[in-house]
Design a protein around this ligand. Sequence first.
Ligand code: GLN
Length: 188
Amino acid sequence: MLIGVLAIQGDFEAHTRMLERLGAKTRIVRTPADLDGLDGLVVPGGESTTMTLGIEREGLAEPLRDLVRAGTPVLGTCAGLIVLDRDHLGVLDIAANRNAFGRQVHSFETDLDVRGLDAPIRAVFIRAPWVKEHGGEVEVLAEVDGHPVAVRQGNVTAVAFHPELTDDTRVHELLLEQVRSRKVGERV
Ligand code: GLN
């Protein structure tokens, strides 16, 4: 199983470490050629404006959309959620509200119930977005104060927090499960 981690900018190394702990092979993605043969992709946190500019500069926007259209499981975290939304790559039918928790609350942690996980997860939010609008195809997996902070639409999952910053690997496992069930589907 080969999982790419977009490494234009942001905290991609923590994702790589977590995925390898779970037994996946990883590849740093910086150019369209790096997307070839990937079974899954992580779009990490960081700074969404910088990341979007880098995606444009490297000619990655359309290849990334193709990857999603082909059904490849993708996980976006924090700035990654913003990069995937309607106003950026447009592969998730959501509108993200950047730095939504306000200036005073740059970062916080909370125990969050996430649909699909058996018990709450310690979620680290850093200058995090929330989802201010979403289409009918989007499933809300978690909310904070009534605002969606984890969503899924088909093969694309996005969370507003940083699952790579704790020891809890369950969000990354969800991505790997999607990859596994897709591979099984391909064989039959
Ligand atoms: N505030 C950042 C942005 O708007 C996201 C922060 C993060 O990824 N931790 O791009």
